[in-house]
Structures are given as C-alpha cells and as structure tokens.
Design a protein around this ligand. Structure first.
Ligand code: NAD
Ligand code: DAU
Length: 338
C-alpha cells in the first residue's frame, strides 16, 4: 500500500505520517509538501531515514508537477492535508487559501481521476458548518455556512471532491474534524500560541469576550480516526470527527495558565476576529458507528502532555518563531491592542 500524503510536514500531516509508518509495516508514504511557513521537516526527523518514506517538495497547485508525481508513484490512496490552515491569515490575505485549498485540491483530484487512484481521502474541517446556536450539533447533512475565506475555501474543496465521486466515480471520502491540538502545532493557533506566550511571560491575546466555543480533539485521536476511515469508511461519504469536548476559549486559556504555572494577569482581551464563529459543535456518531473509532485522550491530560512537549522543545519553538512569524504576529496583533 503506497499512500500519497499531502501537507505531511505540517502539524496533523506529520503526526499522520509518523503514525502510519509506525502502525503498518507494509505501508509506504510519499509526502508532497511545499514547505510553506507551516511546513517543517523537523517534524519528521524520526521517519526521514525510513526506506518506506519519501519526501517530495512541491506545490499541490502546480497541476503539471502533481500529474507527473501521480504518474511516477501511482499511489493506492491519497490522504490530502495540504492547506493554508489558519483563519486569521486567510483574513489578512485570502489569496493563498483560495489558491491552495481550492485550486490545489482540484489539481490533486484531476491527477487522481486521470490515474484512477483507488481512494482519495480529503481532510476537512467542522468550520464548513459555520457557527451553531445552542443546542444544535452538526451532523454530516448539516448546511454549509462558512464564515471566513479559509472555511469557505475548505467548503468549496469538499464539494469539489464530492463532485469527483459523483461525476467521475473517483472513490472520495471527506472527513471534517474539530479543533486539533498537540505537539508540533504551529504557534499561530490558540493553544500553542498561548502556551508559548505564557512560557515567555508575554500577554495572551483573547479575541472578543473569549466565550467562543470550540470542540478540542487531540491530534493522535484525529489521525487514528483517519486510519479507521481509510480502513472502513465508505466511498462517497462524509465523516465528522470531533473530540466530544467543548470549551469556551477563556477556559482553555485559564487551563493553559494553570498548566504552565503562570498568572491569569497575562490574559488580555483584544479586538475580535471579523466574522468570528461563536460556537462549533459536531456529532461524530457516524464515524463511531461505522468504524468503531472514539477519541481517547482526556483534554487535561492532552494539554499537560502538550505543555510538556513545548517546554522540552524550546529549540523547535524558537526556530519556528523566528523571521516570518514575528512579522505575522505584528500584522495580526498590533492593531488589536485595547
Ligand atoms: P498546517 O498549517 O500545520 O500544515 C499545512 C501543511 O501543508 C504544511 O506542511 C504546508 O507546508 C503544506 N502546504 C501548504 N500549502 C501547500 C501547497 N500549496 N502545496 C503543498 N503543500 C502545502 O495545517 P494542519 O493544522 O496540520 O491542517 C492540516 C489539514 O487538516 C488542513 O487541510 C486543515 O484544513 C485540516 N484541519 C485542521 C484542523 C486543525 O485544528 N488544525 C482541524 C480540522 C481540519
Ligand atoms: O475547527 C477546526 C479548525 O480549527 C481548523 O479547520 C483550522 O485549520 C484551525 O486553525 C482551527 O480554526 P480556529 O479558528 O477555530 O482555530 P484558532 O486556533 O485560530 O482559534 C481557536 C479559537 O481561539 C477561535 O475562537 C479564535 C480564538 N483565538 C485564536 C487566536 C489565535 C483567540 O482568542 N486568540 C488568538 O490569538
């Protein structure tokens, strides 16, 4: 079994590559990644020498290069993670999200169609359902109401992938996961940003009133769900993957401060994100019923493990926070000061 993973140098993709090579010794992984600011080969140091692993630097939105890669590798399955994954960046500059998430997905689907790839797993997000009022939970048939350029580009790519299933009989599965956290996450996202700021005694910027609710999923639980779907999922279907753990952001931040031993005086309420979704809530009943998967990691244990990882990997943090990160931080946060 040869799997083409896209975006395997990112946060979730690298966790998936590590797990896939570990779980099944018959698997080979080809990792196609452009190495944007979010891609980091240090995340794959443990597998880079494996004879069952190959890294290819490339852009999924380069249709010719993607077609040649499929012709050469003839993968048995594609697991498609590559994306511009950050909402705030998609608000500052929407173009990269549209190009990679929408057009890049199109290039991969075209190559999979031409080369008759047996399975295309498109990794998507609960953000496509938009903000849900209490007590609603989105199942897979819930209307798509994305709010940001990021989530709209993901919703578009979901629909395009599903259309290739219907029109060209390409075996496509779409998964929609909730907010992931864990080691190796780029410190632009809530949990790693708050951990790394707390470690440096910097203010922790909470958007709006901090009462927005997210469902937290430990990254390895997500990757196990993807393996379960690859094994038991049905082509043409969508599977939600949630952590069954909903918390308001300010509670998450409080727990991070407790876990890092820092004072709540570091919390700063700053200007809100435009079109900020108030609440995500997901029903994962289908993936549980059809594959037997369930999230295993309790949130406080996962958070403690994550905090420990960031403490023990100061060099990794220092490395990714240099250069471009500081410019982004300035651009996203300077104008938000109360
Ligand atoms: P990430 O930003 O950490 O990593 C993205 C990876 O994609 C990076 O390695 C980057 O170099 C690569 N990439 C970006 N543009 C590319 C291009 N044009 N060509 C090739 N490679 C490119 O993202 P993540 O948080 O690991 O998310 C992975 C996927 O999971 C995304 O599709 C995202 O929408 C989805 N998702 C993420 C979460 C979450 O909480 N992080 C939750 C649900 C779904
Ligand atoms: O729900 C799944 C999605 O989760 C994924 O599809 C996205 O790729 C991933 O980035 C994430 O999107 P969010 O926008 O929910 O994640 P983020 O970590 O950026 O923000 C989580 C919440 O925390 C959100 O309500 C905004 C808030 N926040 C975030 C940052 C970065 C703050 O209050 N302050 C911050 O500085």
């Amino acid at each position: 079994m040869k799997i083409l993973v896209t975006g395997g140098a990112g946060f979730i993709g690298s966790a998936f590559v590590r797990m896939a090579l570990d779980e099944d010794t018959a698997w080979r992984v080809v990792n196609l990644d452009k190495l944007t600011y979010a891609g980091n080969l240090e995340n794959l140091a443990g597998v880079s020498e494996s004879p069952r692993y190959r890294f290819v630097r490339g852009d999924i939105a380069d249709g010719g290069a993607v077609m040649r890669l499929f012709a050469g590798e003839k993968p048995d399955a594609v697991v498609h993670f590559a994306a511009e994954s950050h909402v705030d960046r998609s608000i500052l500059s929407p173009e990269p999200a549209v190009r990679t998430n929408l057009y890049g997905t199109f290039c991969l689907l075209e190559a999979a169609r031409v080369h008759q790839t047996p399975l295309f797993l498109h990794v998507s997000t609960d953000e496509v359902y938009g903000s849900l009022e209490e007590p609603l939970e989105a199942d897979e048939n819930f209307p798509l109401q994305p709010s940001s350029p990021y989530s709209a580009s993901k919703a578009g790519s979901d629909l395009l992938a599903l259309s290739y299933g219907k029109t060209f009989k390409l075996p496509v599965i779409v998964t929609r996961a909730s907010n992931n956290y864990g080691p190796y996450q780029f410190p632009e996202k809530l949990i790693p940003l708050m951990i790394s700021n707390a470690m440096e005694d910097k203010p922790l910027p909470i958007y709006g009133d901090g009462m927005q609710v997210r469902d937290w999923l430990f990254v390895d639980d997500h990757c196990r769900a993807l393996l379960a779907v690859l094994d038991k999922g049905r082509a043409g279907e969508i599977y939600n993957v949630g952590g069954s753990l909903a918390l308001p952001n300010k509670e998450v931040v409080r727990r991070i401060l407790a876990a890092t031993g820092k004072s709540e005086s570091l919390m700063r309420y700053v200007a809100d994100r435009p079109a900020h979704d108030r609440r995500y809530a997901l029903s994962s009943e289908k993936v549980m019923r059809e594959t037997g998967w369930a999230p295993r990691m309790p949130f406080d244990e996962g958070l403690a493990l994550t905090v420990r990882w960031y403490r023990e990997n100061i060099d990794w943090v220092r490395h990714v926070k240099s250069g471009e990160y500081m410019q982004y931080y300035e651009r996203n946060y300077a104008h938000r000061e109360p």
